[in-house]
Design a protein around this ligand. Structure first.
Ligand SMILES: Nc1ncnc2c1ncn2[C@@H]1O[C@H](COP(=O)(O)OP(=O)(O)OP(=O)(O)O)[C@@H](O)[C@H]1O
Length: 626
């Protein structure tokens, strides 16, 4: 697939100061041909990653200009399925082996019945001997190869890689780039950003696209760069790394402007030799040859432009009849192989239900393997339950201790809230990055992911909450009745699920560092309202009263009090002369909740849980769509 972009701009907007935008890619044009390994280079902050994100479709908000595939305006959905984006960070599902990760990728990406190529790909990328190693135990280079292997499963014709060599040593870097070249030679279009490669590495690339300050200052064959720079008066010293040289010349803004003007901000392509790929581009991109010059060394420079000349290029099928080269054969085969897969599929190769089931199995497997987390959670729940139990040990029937029972109910709800809100706030931002990668690369839709995420957490969460509730219930000595015990557990679990949803919503929107602060910050108002509300409910304005009554913490506390002191609870024993609150109804009246229903409070909490989870899902959708 040949990619082209015209007058492409990308503006990022400041989320804090509204309306303030910064143009990071400034009206650039260019084209990336199939069968080529292309490097996007430039000084730090030039806009390389931004350009890659925009061309790949990874970012779409704030983008203007034309994006074409094989000369036609591209269908974003189709293009997304025919390309893959490999992020700089090698994000892999933890606690799976290489082979398991490959098999999961194959299940998502290939329709049922298609032979899974996992073993062949692992063999090809030198990972077969590590197939039983866990992904988090792989070396940097192996992780990068695994990232590529996972996307190779459905053989997409376009690969985008953001800084694939970052963090790798020199030898591994060369191996990685050679591997990318091999993929390109099989007919794919491989585009990657790279930060000042060594001279030996630079030579491996077929084409370079150099950016400075968001503008294109060179586009063309790698070999053509030095002669071209000489022709405009910027001679690269002998034995100097050309990649370093072009970045050094951008230090002078005059050079940047001159080079950008010369190359028409990417509308011109510089080439050294005349071959079929350049002379007769195998697409209908309407690239035109402006002029050809033969220099002293006998090399021919061909300058192509999109808007200066009128040369009409041939279509792929026309040329493939007349000219046949090894490159073209492999290119055709690759495209055909991909087309076969795509033709048999709709938006995703698997149904939503299949995606849900694959995701659920993967998540359950990961949860079951995460023994450390399971132990920590279990010990945490048991310890907290025993502590609360000890604080209020066997006092549930003491009429003089009524306010302590109330504190216990508040304490239980706070325990469930804080325990469940903090984990997703801290863990989810990392998970979101991985999900974004997989979702962007068309592995699965967000809906089945979200459904599987919700369901997969339930068994462990509910079991631990039940253990917690049982310990507290019996240590405190709440009179046992089946109904009271069951509703006690239901209230605990509901508060826990609302809090988890809130934590996920916060964690999916904010980064980890913000999340640390935002978690407690988000819950504090609820706590404030809950505690404030009991004493002054009748004095506060109506709106405040409504907000307070829909605080899930307050709902949880009210539901807990109604459960503990409801369900036909008899008056408490009084060891003092007079116990004002010995009758549970007196406490309920005092708290202004004598007319409340435990089921209504649970219903409000369930509604809050559904709303929060829906908001989280919509937030993720919005975030991934832009
Ligand atoms: N979301 C954003 N908000 C504000 N500025 C941004 C945003 N994204 C990118 N930028 C700015 O755009 C410019 C280009 O960023 P980009 O990451 O594309 O550069 P780069 O060439 O890839 O840099 P490096 O090689 O250092 O990774 C930088 O000045 C960066 O600060």
């Amino acid at each position: 697939m040949d990619l082209e972009f015209r007058n492409l701009s990308y503006t990022v907007y400041n989320k804090i100061v509204r309306g303030v935008g910064k143009q990071v890619v400034k009206g650039v044009s260019g084209r990336f041909m199939s069968g080529q390994l292309i490097a996007i280079m430039g000084p730090s902050g030039a806009g390389k990653s931004s350009l890659l994100n925009v061309i790949s479709g990874y970012k779409s908000a704030g983008v203007s200009g034309e994006l074409l595939v094989n000369g036609q305006p591209r269908d974003e959905q189709l293009f997304k399925r025919s390309s893959c984006y490999i992020t700089q960070e090698d994000l892999h599902q933890p606690l799976l082996t290489v082979r398991e990760a490959m098999d999961v990728a194959a299940k998502f990406k290939l329709p049922k019945g298609v032979k899974r190529p996992s073993e062949d790909i692992l063999q090809q990328l030198g990972l077969l001997e590590h197939q039983h190693t866990r992904t988090d135990q792989l070396s940097g280079g192996q992780k990068k190869r695994l990232s590529i292997a996972l996307e190779l499963v459905n053989n997409p014709p376009v690969f985008f890689l953001d800084e694939p060599t970052s963090g790798l040593d020199t030898v591994t870097t060369v191996q990685c780039v050679k591997l990318l070249k091999q993929l390109a030679r099989q007919g794919r279009t491989v585009v990657c950003t790279i930060h000042q490669p060594a001279a030996s590495l630079f030579e491996i690339f077929d084409q370079v696209y150099v950016l400075a300050d968001g503008r294109c200052i060179y586009q063309g064959d790698t070999d053509a760069m030095v002669p071209y720079l000489s022709s405009v008066g910027l001679s690269c010293p002998r034995h100097h790394n050309p990649a370093d040289f072009i970045i050094e010349v951008t230090e002078n803004p005059h050079n940047t402007k001159m080079l950008c003007d010369e190359i028409l901000n990417g509308r011109i392509y510089k080439s050294t030799k005349m071959d079929t790929t350049i002379n007769e581009p195998i697409n209908n991109m309407q690239l035109k040859i402006c002029y050809q010059i033969e220099d002293e060394s006998g090399e021919t420079e061909i300058v192509l432009s999109n808007d200066k000349c009128t040369f009409k290029v041939k279509q792929l099928n026309e040329i493939s009849n007349s000219t046949t080269s090894l490159d073209q054969i492999s290119r055709d085969d690759s495209s055909l192989a991909w087309m076969k897969i795509q033709e048999s599929t709709h938006q995703y190769p698997t149904t939503y239900f299949q995606q849900f089931s694959i995701l659920l199995r993967r998540m359950l497997l990961q949860i079951s393997r995460n023994r450390q987390a399971l132990w920590i959670q279990s010990i945490h729940h048991v310890m907290c339950a025993v502590l609360i139990g000890l604080c209020f040990f066997d006092t549930a029937n003491d009429g003089t201790q009524m306010f302590n029972h109330l504190k216990m109910c508040v304490g239980l709800v706070i325990f469930f809230s804080y325990t469940q809100i903090m984990v997703p706030v801290l863990v989810y931002p990392e998970e979101v990055k991985l999900v974004k990668k997989e979702h962007f690369n068309s592995w699965y839709s967000l809906l089945p992911y979200y459904a599987a995420l919700t369901v997969s957490k339930l068994p462990v969460q509910v079991t631990l909450n039940m253990i917690f509730c049982t310990i507290v219930f019996f240590m405190v000595g709440v009179p046992f009745s089946a109904a009271r015990f069951i509703v006690f557990c239901i209230v605990g679990n509901t508060v826990s699920l609302v809090s988890e949803g809130l934590g996920m919503a916060i964690g999916s929107v904010f980064s980890v560092s913000n999340g640390c602060a935002i978690g407690p910050a988000a819950i504090a108002p609820f706590l404030g309202l809950a505690i404030y509300g009991f004493d002054f409910a009748h004095r506060i304005p109506l709106l405040m009263n409504i907000i307070m009554k829909t605080s899930f913490i307050r709902c949880g506390v009210v539901a807990m009090v109604l459960t503990v002191f409801g369900f036909g609870r008899k008056p408490l024993e009084c060891t003092d002369v007079y116990c004002h609150f010995a009758k549970p109804d007196v406490l309920k009246q005092y708290l202004d909740i004598e007319n409340s229903s435990v089921w209504l409070e649970i219903l409000i909490m369930v509604s809050i849980m559904i709303s929060v989870r829906f908001l989280c899902y919509m937030g993720l959708r919005y975030r991934f769509a832009t």
